[in-house]
Design a binder for this molecule. Structure first.
Ligand SMILES: [Zn+2]
Length: 97
């Protein structure tokens, strides 16, 4: 049994050697503790690439994150989510100009 630390919430979870091997079929098992957080992970890594806060914020809205849930995430993840929403707000204000 391998103990992993979730890249989103920092929870420790167990990955069995079989899950490690089938990582190509369900890659989230080796990165995050649940499938929901894998969606967050993919949104954040997409944002890392294209810096498109609008798209990222829409994706996060679709998952429906509450402030309470976000508070349980790793500080770096929290910061990134805060940054996305701040940037998105800014770009919406510009549209109203
Ligand atoms: Zn997690």
């Amino acid at each position: 049994m391998i103990i992993k630390e979730c890249v989103i919430c920092g929870n420790k979870y167990k990955v069995c050697p079989t899950c490690e091997k089938v990582a190509t079929f369900s890659p989230w098992r080796t990165l995050v503790c649940c499938a929901d957080e894998y969606m967050i992970y993919s949104i954040l890594s997409q944002y890392d690439n294209d810096r498109d806060a609008d798209v990222a914020a829409k994706g996060l809205d679709r998952i429906g994150l509450s402030k309470k849930t976000i508070a349980t995430y790793r500080p770096s993840v929290k910061n990134q989510i805060t940054e996305i929403y701040r940037k998105q707000k800014k770009s919406q204000e510009h549209k109203n100009d």
